[in-house]
Design a protein. Structure first.
Length: 295
């Protein structure tokens, strides 16, 4: 039935994944270009990941986006991954072609585009990355390769998580990495002494938008605080950053640019980034005005 309709299917997989606006972004872009394609959300538990991939292949899917918690665990099930995804050790985009699966990491592209406007004020700075999952790996890769970091502190929920990430990038572009944890009593000082803080955890994401991964009292004038979360536009973490004089940067630009790169990988066509930005910003601002997701 799918083949006879000529409809190309795409998906985003994660657990949980109901918060994602990827279908909104991609379906609007498919429609704008007259492509007979659609994207839907698929909540896939970790133990079902391999079976889900096999099902997508059998159903003739064109590709999938991958989010928490599958960005690293999906790699052994793929036929190929591109060089950048291999260096990062995480995949967020998969293309299905001729019965084979190819993994890519477009998070790195999206994050680099997010930071580029601030390059002059943050290059060579001290960074704190909160989290050690797939998104944190892409962030660390970009900082080391493109922003000449003075030091990066990786603070994860567990010591083993942060140490694993630090070890993964050992020696990469003269890496200057230190491992910490989110409950480390010295983390507040490390945050205060750094110029850039990046949240790569899901803490504060829709619908639990009242949470923040750190207290925020450590923030100060001259700092840049980036939250990879884009829903809501202003997370609790960013609200606290602005309250203490720091520059607050939403994850929306990263989300849009990583999506545009995935769209190009799947279709060979460019996404209208400006159109998508207007669409998503409008949706998110309406959610904020209605007070949705405050728990």
């Amino acid at each position: 039935m799918i083949e006879s309709s000529g409809l190309t299917l795409y998906g985003i997989i994660g657990h949980p994944v109901g918060h994602s606006l990827s279908p909104v972004m991609h379906n609007a872009s498919f429609e704008a270009l007259g492509l007979h394609a659609t994207m839907e959300v698929y909540d896939i538990k970790p133990e079902s990941l391999k079976d889900a991939l096999e099902s997508f292949i059998k159903l003739g899917f064109g590709g999938i986006n991958v989010t928490i918690p599958h960005k690293q665990t999906i790699i052994p099930f793929l036929d190929d991954i591109d060089e950048e995804a291999g260096i990062i050790g995480a995949v967020n985009t998969v293309r299905f072609r001729d019965g084979r699966t190819e993994g890519f990491n477009t998070d790195a592209h999206g994050f680099r585009q997010t930071l580029e406007p601030y390059r002059s004020s943050i290059e060579g700075s001290r960074f704190v990355v909160l989290g050690a999952g797939g998104a944190a790996r892409a962030v660390t890769y970009v900082l080391l390769r493109f922003f000449r970091t003075a030091q990066i502190v990786i603070a994860a929920r567990t010591a083993s998580g942060s140490k694993t990430l630090v070890e993964h990038f050992k020696g990469f572009h003269g890496s200057r990495l230190a491992a910490s944890t989110l409950d480390d009593p010295h983390l507040s000082r490390m945050v205060r002494d750094s110029e850039v803080i990046i949240n790569a955890t899901p803490v504060g994401m829709f619908p639990k938008t009242g949470e923040a991964v750190v207290e925020g009292t450590e923030f100060r004038d001259g700092q840049t605080v980036v939250d990879l979360i884009y829903r809501p536009l202003q997370t609790e973490l960013l609200r606290r950053a602005k309250q203490h004089g720091a520059r607050a940067v939403s994850g929306l630009e990263m989300f849009i640019h990583q999506g545009a790169r995935a769209f190009e990988i799947w279709t060979g066509k460019g996404m209208d980034i400006d159109r998508v930005r207007i669409l998503l910003t409008g949706m998110l601002e309406q959610e904020t005005s209605r007070g949705e997701g405050r728990r």
